[in-house]
Design a protein around this ligand. Structure first.
Ligand SMILES: [Zn+2]
Length: 186
């Protein structure tokens, strides 16, 4: 863990300062500065090293067919361009009540491949999701449930379990201890 640094950010315009200011010099708003902790991690250490990356001819690259995992639903696989890509992120959006949670649970049940599915819920309880699973006739020991909103705890669970699929329901309920002001801005 690197050393922590504190900066102050104007909630009106995003202007940053190393000191707390009563009035923002950029947008002239009063009392808009809030403290934000910045954690120095690998990313900043990395920037100190010289990165070497040189252009190469496109022809020198090999076109590898991306390995995709079937969700178990042909229509959904088609929407995803042939299934889920390992290491990729898919954002599932839509109006409340259109069936996102139901679809997600069905994917958890039907997705191909070895390994567990980690279902992280920051909104609904395990009991609520179990009720939905029962209603859908889903009885699958590969689905693990974690009721959590701390993204660092979720991250550790992912490292421990190494699941084939992680569901985060929903992403806006997650927060990080390392970015203290994040939840306030949303
Ligand atoms: Zn400002």
């Amino acid at each position: 863990m690197g050393k922590n640094k504190t900066i102050f950010v104007c909630s009106e315009c995003g202007n940053e300062s190393t000191k707390w200011l009563g009035k923002c010099p950029a947008c002239n708003s009063w009392n808009t500065f809030y403290e934000q902790k910045v954690v120095d991690t690998k990313s900043t250490n990395r920037s100190k090293e010289m990165r070497s990356n040189k252009p190469q001819t496109l022809n020198s690259y090999e076109a590898k067919e991306t390995i995709r995992t079937s969700t178990g639903f042909a229509e959904l696989d088609r929407v995803l361009g042939g299934g889920l890509v390992k290491g990729s992120l898919v954002l599932l959006g839509g109006e409340p009540g259109i069936g996102k949670s139901t679809l997600i649970l069905q994917i958890c049940d039907k997705i191909k491949g070895d390994g567990k599915v980690l279902y992280v819920s920051g909104e609904e309880s395990a009991e609520q999701i179990k009720m939905r699973a029962d209603r859908l006739g889903i009885n699958n020991d590969d689905i693990l449930f974690l009721g959590e909103t701390d993204i660092d705890v979720v991250n550790q669970a992912i490292i421990d379990i190494n699941p084939k699929l992680v569901i985060i329901d929903s992403i806006q309920t997650m927060y990080s201890e390392e970015i203290t002001a994040a939840a306030r801005k949303c």
